[in-house]
Design a protein around this ligand. Structure first.
Ligand code: DGL
Length: 248
């Protein structure tokens, strides 16, 4: 089985892409929403959660795990790789493609506080930014909006505007979505930013990496699609959001 986890339902933005490439596999998705948001927690705390969830997914029969969360990837993926003898796919903020695409020379990165302060993110940014100016902002309140199922309407629009506007004001024409919850707010972001601004969601790249690893490790089964949704807290949003991705 293919395991996925995130602090909440955001990782479904990655699941959506994975199902496109691997439509005939068995999946388990674990939303750790009782401990959400990860972005405001310490690295140690997020690593402990990531280890506990990985143990659980392995006991449930997963042969590969996608850490469908930028914050948990930045905090914990090296510890997971050291501790567990199984393949992992992580999320990488798409600074490299963004730096290649920008015409204004300014790239915006929206991510959680945990991701933006992580060494792993700093390494990626410093490696690929070159002459490009990178401006960063926490998507304040974005995770809460998605977890409460509020992805449209005036409250959501105002919340999104407050974090997006500083990047637009700094001249960013290409914006990296560095948190897996944020793609669910993309229609609002596009409405606020207008047509000249491009958003980059790293989910398709993560799904490609999952496919590649599954091929390499001989893990593809083609034994029929199934999805089990698990949550450490209330699972209403997870199920509702899954219905929307499954029907699109
Ligand atoms: N979805 C997560 C990420 O990609 C974490 C959001 C949070 O819990 O703060 O960073």
């Amino acid at each position: 089985m293919i395991g996925f986890f995130d602090s909440g339902a955001g990782g479904l933005s990655v699941v959506r892409e994975a199902i496109r490439l691997l439509p005939d596999e068995r999946y388990i998705y674990y939303s750790d929403n009782a401990h959400c948001p990860y972005g405001e927690k310490s690295r140690e705390y997020v690593t402990e959660r990531a280890r506990a969830i990985t143990r659980h997914l392995r006991e449930r029969g997963c042969g590969i795990v996608t850490v469908a969360c930028n914050t948990a990837t930045a905090a914990a993926i090296s510890s997971l790789r050291a501790e567990f003898d199984m393949p992992f796919v992580g999320m990488e903020p798409a600074v490299k493609p963004a730096a290649a695409l920008t015409r204004s020379g300014v790239v915006g990165v929206l991510a959680t506080a945990g991701t933006l302060r992580a060494e792993k993110y700093h390494d990626t940014r410093d490696r690929w930014s070159g002459d490009i100016k990178i401006v960063e902002h926490v998507g304040e309140g974005f995770v809460r909006l998605v977890e409460s199922g509020t992805t449209e309407g005036p409250e959501a629009e105002e919340t999104v505007r407050l974090s997006l506007q500083p990047l637009l004001d700094a001249g960013a024409d290409t914006i990296v979505l560095g948190c897996t919850h944020y793609p669910f707010l993309l229609p609002l972001m596009k409405k606020i930013a207008g047509e000249d601004v491009r958003f980059i969601d790293p989910a398709p790249a993560a799904a490609k990496q999952l496919l590649k690893l599954m091929e390499e490790k001989g893990l593809i089964r083609h034994d029929g699609f199934s999805m089990e949704l698990e949550a450490s807290g209330d699972d209403t949003t997870l199920r509702r959001l899954y219905e929307t991705i499954a029907n699109n």
